[in-house]
Design a protein around this ligand. Structure first.
Ligand SMILES: [Zn+2]
Ligand SMILES: [Zn+2]
Length: 266
Protein backbone atom coordinates (compact mmCIF):
# COMPACT_ATOMS: atom_id res chain seq x y z
CA UNK A 1 0.00 0.00 0.00
CA UNK A 2 2.78 2.39 1.01
CA UNK A 3 4.68 1.48 -2.09
CA UNK A 4 1.68 2.40 -4.20
CA UNK A 5 1.42 5.72 -2.40
CA UNK A 6 5.11 6.45 -2.94
CA UNK A 7 4.76 5.78 -6.64
CA UNK A 8 1.78 8.08 -6.83
CA UNK A 9 3.69 10.81 -5.01
CA UNK A 10 6.53 10.42 -7.49
CA UNK A 11 4.14 10.78 -10.42
CA UNK A 12 2.55 13.84 -8.85
CA UNK A 13 5.98 15.37 -8.42
CA UNK A 14 6.53 14.76 -12.12
CA UNK A 15 3.38 16.73 -12.92
CA UNK A 16 4.89 19.59 -10.91
CA UNK A 17 7.84 19.46 -13.30
CA UNK A 18 5.50 19.70 -16.30
CA UNK A 19 3.99 22.75 -14.65
CA UNK A 20 7.45 24.22 -14.26
CA UNK A 21 7.76 23.98 -18.05
CA UNK A 22 4.43 25.77 -18.37
CA UNK A 23 5.79 28.52 -16.14
CA UNK A 24 8.75 29.02 -18.46
CA UNK A 25 6.41 29.25 -21.46
CA UNK A 26 4.16 31.67 -19.55
CA UNK A 27 7.20 33.88 -18.89
CA UNK A 28 8.16 33.80 -22.58
CA UNK A 29 4.63 34.83 -23.57
CA UNK A 30 4.63 37.69 -21.06
CA UNK A 31 8.03 38.82 -22.30
CA UNK A 32 6.76 38.75 -25.86
CA UNK A 33 3.67 40.80 -24.99
CA UNK A 34 5.71 43.28 -22.96
CA UNK A 35 7.95 44.02 -25.93
CA UNK A 36 5.03 44.79 -28.32
CA UNK A 37 5.33 48.53 -28.66
CA UNK A 38 2.12 48.97 -30.63
CA UNK A 39 -0.06 47.10 -28.14
CA UNK A 40 -1.91 49.56 -25.91
CA UNK A 41 -1.34 49.25 -22.15
CA UNK A 42 -4.87 48.19 -21.27
CA UNK A 43 -4.97 45.32 -23.74
CA UNK A 44 -1.43 44.33 -22.84
CA UNK A 45 -2.26 44.09 -19.14
CA UNK A 46 -5.46 42.19 -19.87
CA UNK A 47 -3.71 39.63 -22.05
CA UNK A 48 -0.88 39.21 -19.57
CA UNK A 49 -3.34 38.64 -16.75
CA UNK A 50 -5.15 36.02 -18.88
CA UNK A 51 -2.00 33.99 -19.39
CA UNK A 52 -1.21 34.31 -15.67
CA UNK A 53 -4.73 33.11 -14.79
CA UNK A 54 -4.20 30.08 -16.96
CA UNK A 55 -0.96 29.29 -15.21
CA UNK A 56 -2.14 29.87 -11.63
CA UNK A 57 -5.29 27.82 -12.16
CA UNK A 58 -3.05 24.95 -13.26
CA UNK A 59 -0.92 25.41 -10.14
CA UNK A 60 -4.04 25.39 -7.94
CA UNK A 61 -5.24 22.23 -9.68
CA UNK A 62 -1.90 20.65 -8.77
CA UNK A 63 -2.11 21.78 -5.14
CA UNK A 64 -5.58 20.27 -4.83
CA UNK A 65 -4.39 17.05 -6.45
CA UNK A 66 -1.53 16.93 -3.97
CA UNK A 67 -4.01 17.34 -1.09
CA UNK A 68 -6.18 14.59 -2.55
CA UNK A 69 -3.19 12.25 -2.83
CA UNK A 70 -2.45 12.94 0.83
CA UNK A 71 -5.85 11.59 1.78
CA UNK A 72 -8.21 14.52 1.35
CA UNK A 73 -10.26 12.97 -1.46
CA UNK A 74 -12.74 15.84 -1.45
CA UNK A 75 -10.03 17.87 -3.19
CA UNK A 76 -10.32 15.79 -6.37
CA UNK A 77 -13.35 17.80 -7.48
CA UNK A 78 -11.60 21.11 -6.69
CA UNK A 79 -8.61 19.98 -8.67
CA UNK A 80 -10.83 19.12 -11.65
CA UNK A 81 -12.55 22.51 -11.42
CA UNK A 82 -9.24 24.39 -11.48
CA UNK A 83 -7.96 22.27 -14.34
CA UNK A 84 -11.08 22.96 -16.44
CA UNK A 85 -10.81 26.68 -15.61
CA UNK A 86 -7.20 26.56 -16.77
CA UNK A 87 -8.20 24.94 -20.05
CA UNK A 88 -10.82 27.64 -20.73
CA UNK A 89 -8.35 30.37 -19.81
CA UNK A 90 -5.72 28.87 -22.09
CA UNK A 91 -8.19 28.83 -25.00
CA UNK A 92 -8.83 32.53 -24.30
CA UNK A 93 -5.10 33.35 -24.17
CA UNK A 94 -4.40 31.49 -27.39
CA UNK A 95 -7.20 33.33 -29.20
CA UNK A 96 -5.48 36.59 -28.12
CA UNK A 97 -1.97 35.50 -29.10
CA UNK A 98 -3.20 34.48 -32.56
CA UNK A 99 -3.47 38.19 -33.24
CA UNK A 100 0.27 37.90 -33.96
CA UNK A 101 1.33 35.91 -36.99
CA UNK A 102 5.03 35.58 -36.08
CA UNK A 103 6.61 32.15 -36.02
CA UNK A 104 7.76 32.78 -32.46
CA UNK A 105 4.13 33.03 -31.38
CA UNK A 106 2.94 29.95 -33.22
CA UNK A 107 5.80 28.04 -31.63
CA UNK A 108 4.86 29.27 -28.16
CA UNK A 109 1.25 28.27 -28.79
CA UNK A 110 2.29 24.82 -29.97
CA UNK A 111 4.55 24.39 -26.97
CA UNK A 112 1.97 25.46 -24.42
CA UNK A 113 -0.67 23.23 -26.01
CA UNK A 114 1.57 20.16 -25.99
CA UNK A 115 2.68 20.74 -22.42
CA UNK A 116 -0.79 21.43 -21.13
CA UNK A 117 -2.10 18.27 -22.77
CA UNK A 118 0.67 16.30 -21.06
CA UNK A 119 -0.43 17.83 -17.75
CA UNK A 120 -4.09 17.19 -18.50
CA UNK A 121 -3.54 13.50 -19.20
CA UNK A 122 -1.33 13.07 -16.15
CA UNK A 123 -3.96 14.75 -13.95
CA UNK A 124 -6.69 12.52 -15.33
CA UNK A 125 -4.61 9.42 -14.74
CA UNK A 126 -4.40 10.42 -11.04
CA UNK A 127 -8.09 11.37 -10.82
CA UNK A 128 -9.01 7.92 -12.04
CA UNK A 129 -6.59 6.15 -9.76
CA UNK A 130 -7.82 8.18 -6.76
CA UNK A 131 -11.52 7.68 -7.46
CA UNK A 132 -12.08 4.30 -9.06
CA UNK A 133 -15.41 4.42 -10.86
CA UNK A 134 -17.58 2.34 -8.59
CA UNK A 135 -19.94 0.46 -10.80
CA UNK A 136 -22.69 1.88 -8.68
CA UNK A 137 -25.19 -0.60 -7.40
CA UNK A 138 -27.91 2.00 -7.58
CA UNK A 139 -28.84 3.01 -11.13
CA UNK A 140 -28.74 6.76 -11.79
CA UNK A 141 -32.28 8.13 -12.25
CA UNK A 142 -33.06 10.19 -15.37
CA UNK A 143 -35.02 12.78 -13.41
CA UNK A 144 -35.07 13.53 -9.70
CA UNK A 145 -38.21 15.21 -8.43
CA UNK A 146 -37.31 17.22 -5.33
CA UNK A 147 -40.80 18.74 -4.94
CA UNK A 148 -43.62 19.98 -7.18
CA UNK A 149 -41.49 23.11 -7.67
CA UNK A 150 -38.04 21.68 -8.23
CA UNK A 151 -36.47 19.01 -10.47
CA UNK A 152 -32.87 17.87 -10.92
CA UNK A 153 -31.28 16.07 -13.87
CA UNK A 154 -28.20 14.04 -12.89
CA UNK A 155 -25.25 13.18 -15.14
CA UNK A 156 -25.81 9.72 -16.59
CA UNK A 157 -22.16 8.82 -15.95
CA UNK A 158 -21.37 10.11 -12.45
CA UNK A 159 -24.74 11.17 -11.04
CA UNK A 160 -23.65 14.77 -10.43
CA UNK A 161 -26.61 17.18 -10.66
CA UNK A 162 -26.17 18.90 -14.01
CA UNK A 163 -29.50 20.65 -14.56
CA UNK A 164 -31.81 22.24 -12.00
CA UNK A 165 -35.26 23.65 -12.68
CA UNK A 166 -37.10 25.40 -9.89
CA UNK A 167 -39.65 28.05 -9.18
CA UNK A 168 -37.77 30.83 -7.46
CA UNK A 169 -37.06 34.55 -7.35
CA UNK A 170 -35.84 36.16 -10.56
CA UNK A 171 -32.21 37.36 -10.76
CA UNK A 172 -33.21 40.97 -11.15
CA UNK A 173 -36.30 41.44 -9.03
CA UNK A 174 -38.38 39.54 -6.50
CA UNK A 175 -40.79 38.16 -9.07
CA UNK A 176 -40.99 34.41 -9.15
CA UNK A 177 -39.89 32.74 -12.31
CA UNK A 178 -38.90 29.37 -13.68
CA UNK A 179 -35.18 29.27 -12.92
CA UNK A 180 -32.95 27.12 -15.10
CA UNK A 181 -29.41 26.25 -13.96
CA UNK A 182 -27.44 24.40 -16.62
CA UNK A 183 -23.80 23.41 -17.05
CA UNK A 184 -22.88 26.50 -19.07
CA UNK A 185 -25.22 29.18 -17.72
CA UNK A 186 -28.34 30.00 -15.71
CA UNK A 187 -31.43 31.81 -16.90
CA UNK A 188 -34.90 32.80 -15.75
CA UNK A 189 -37.77 31.57 -17.90
CA UNK A 190 -41.41 32.59 -17.78
CA UNK A 191 -43.14 31.13 -14.75
CA UNK A 192 -46.27 30.24 -16.73
CA UNK A 193 -44.22 27.70 -18.69
CA UNK A 194 -43.53 25.67 -15.55
CA UNK A 195 -46.65 23.47 -15.67
CA UNK A 196 -45.91 22.36 -19.21
CA UNK A 197 -42.26 21.65 -18.40
CA UNK A 198 -42.94 19.86 -15.13
CA UNK A 199 -45.35 17.51 -16.88
CA UNK A 200 -42.61 16.62 -19.38
CA UNK A 201 -40.22 16.07 -16.45
CA UNK A 202 -42.75 13.86 -14.65
CA UNK A 203 -42.70 11.63 -17.74
CA UNK A 204 -38.87 11.54 -17.63
CA UNK A 205 -38.94 12.67 -21.24
CA UNK A 206 -35.48 14.25 -21.65
CA UNK A 207 -35.91 14.70 -25.38
CA UNK A 208 -39.13 16.58 -24.60
CA UNK A 209 -37.22 18.86 -22.21
CA UNK A 210 -34.67 19.53 -24.96
CA UNK A 211 -37.50 20.38 -27.41
CA UNK A 212 -39.01 22.67 -24.79
CA UNK A 213 -35.67 24.49 -24.38
CA UNK A 214 -35.22 24.75 -28.16
CA UNK A 215 -38.59 26.44 -28.35
CA UNK A 216 -38.48 28.71 -25.28
CA UNK A 217 -34.80 29.23 -24.56
CA UNK A 218 -32.16 28.96 -27.30
CA UNK A 219 -31.06 27.21 -30.47
CA UNK A 220 -28.78 24.97 -28.40
CA UNK A 221 -31.61 23.67 -26.23
CA UNK A 222 -30.76 21.86 -23.02
CA UNK A 223 -27.01 22.35 -22.61
CA UNK A 224 -26.24 19.15 -20.67
CA UNK A 225 -28.23 16.94 -23.05
CA UNK A 226 -26.86 14.77 -25.87
CA UNK A 227 -29.75 14.18 -28.30
CA UNK A 228 -28.08 11.20 -29.94
CA UNK A 229 -27.55 9.37 -26.65
CA UNK A 230 -30.75 10.77 -25.13
CA UNK A 231 -28.69 11.31 -21.97
CA UNK A 232 -27.56 14.04 -19.59
CA UNK A 233 -23.86 14.73 -19.01
CA UNK A 234 -22.15 17.04 -16.51
CA UNK A 235 -19.54 19.59 -17.66
CA UNK A 236 -16.75 17.08 -17.23
CA UNK A 237 -18.41 14.13 -18.93
CA UNK A 238 -19.70 16.31 -21.77
CA UNK A 239 -16.04 17.37 -22.09
CA UNK A 240 -17.29 20.93 -22.46
CA UNK A 241 -14.79 23.37 -23.99
CA UNK A 242 -15.13 27.12 -24.29
CA UNK A 243 -14.14 28.77 -27.55
CA UNK A 244 -12.79 32.31 -27.74
CA UNK A 245 -12.43 34.73 -30.59
CA UNK A 246 -9.81 37.48 -30.11
CA UNK A 247 -10.16 37.06 -26.38
CA UNK A 248 -13.96 37.25 -26.35
CA UNK A 249 -16.19 34.35 -25.37
CA UNK A 250 -17.70 32.81 -28.46
CA UNK A 251 -19.38 29.51 -27.58
CA UNK A 252 -19.07 26.22 -25.71
CA UNK A 253 -18.91 22.87 -27.45
CA UNK A 254 -19.46 19.48 -25.86
CA UNK A 255 -18.35 16.01 -26.85
CA UNK A 256 -20.13 13.19 -25.03
CA UNK A 257 -18.38 9.94 -24.05
CA UNK A 258 -19.74 8.38 -27.27
CA UNK A 259 -18.08 11.01 -29.43
CA UNK A 260 -21.21 13.02 -30.35
CA UNK A 261 -20.27 16.68 -30.70
CA UNK A 262 -22.50 19.72 -30.64
CA UNK A 263 -22.57 23.37 -29.66
CA UNK A 264 -24.16 23.62 -26.21
CA UNK A 265 -23.96 27.37 -25.62
CA UNK A 266 -23.58 30.34 -27.93
ZN1 LIG B 1 -20.60 13.42 -14.85
ZN1 LIG C 1 -23.91 11.27 -27.17
Amino acid sequence: MNDEKNKRMERIQKIRNFIQELEDIKESIIKFLNTRLKLDEVTKNLWISDVKDFYYNTVSAWEMLNNAANGNLKCVDDSKNFLHLARGQLAKSISELKFYKEELVSNLIKEVEINFEKCWNAFYFEFESLTPINKSIKPIPRVIKISSFEYHLPCSVCGKISITYKIGPDWLDDHESLVYIGITHSRSLRKDLANMLFEILDNENLSGVHQFMLKYHSLEGLDAYCPECDKIYCWEHYNAKEDYDDGFYDCTCGECPNGHRRMIDD
